[in-house]
Design a protein. Structure first.
Length: 209
């Protein structure tokens, strides 16, 4: 259970700012309540958006936790494929921390969301799509859940991952302070590098055992 907490929180804290950076330009106009301005409207929009992300993460935890339990009996996966995934994705996370480059940016679902709507169910759907968008931290989270195995473990992992990333979305309630986030983004990138090295060591240790 300790490694679930550690891995999930480190990944969540290291990727929260990148979530904002890649999807904020698309999500912000709708979340901010362009058609229904005001704090209450923004708070409700943000709640629906976060619920969509939570739904996406819990489904991911359930499916990949079950997958981890299913393939746990196949030694080649844990001896070869799993450490390979850890090492490659950890390297990509370190690359993101150094350069702020997400190699999966062109494939994120943010790119297909080009229009706004007043419906909060659309905002919920937006949260689901953004939650499922590929990026090194999210793919590392999926790999970790498969590694740990178990539906409950997968759900707990993604619940913690969601909680850590959500910290970065709360300031959306106060849209005017975003110009002060440079320090937060820098801290997140440094944490991404540290987290990348952490998962790189995990992959190497699994490969050498």
């Amino acid at each position: 259970m300790e490694k679930i907490f550690l891995r999930a929180l480190m990944l969540g804290l290291s990727s929260g700012a990148s979530c904002l950076g890649f999807c904020l330009p698309v999500a912000l106009p709708t979340i901010a309540g362009a058609h229904r301005p005001g704090f209450k409207s923004t708070a409700l929009n943000l709640a629906f958006f976060l619920l969509g992300r939570l739904f996406a993460y819990l489904i991911s935890g359930l499916i990949f936790g079950l997958l981890g339990s299913t393939i746990s009996r196949f030694a080649p996966f844990h001896r070869l494929i799993l450490p390979f995934l850890y090492i490659v994705l950890a390297a990509l996370l370190i690359l993101y921390g150094i350069t702020s480059l997400n190699p999966f940016a062109r494939y994120t679902f943010c790119r297909v969301i080009r229009f706004g709507t007043e419906s909060r169910w659309f905002i919920f759907l937006m949260g689901i799509l953004i939650g499922l968008s590929p990026c090194p931290p999210f793919l590392l989270a999926l790999t970790s859940v498969v590694d740990i195995g178990g539906i409950i473990n997968g759900i707990i992992f993604f619940l913690l991952f969601f909680s850590a990333t959500t910290i970065f979305f709360i300031p959306l309630l106060l849209i005017g302070i975003f110009n002060r986030f440079a320090t937060v983004r820098l801290a997140s990138r440094i944490l991404a590098i540290i987290t990348g090295y952490y998962f790189l060591i995990i992959g190497i240790r699994i490969f050498l055992v």
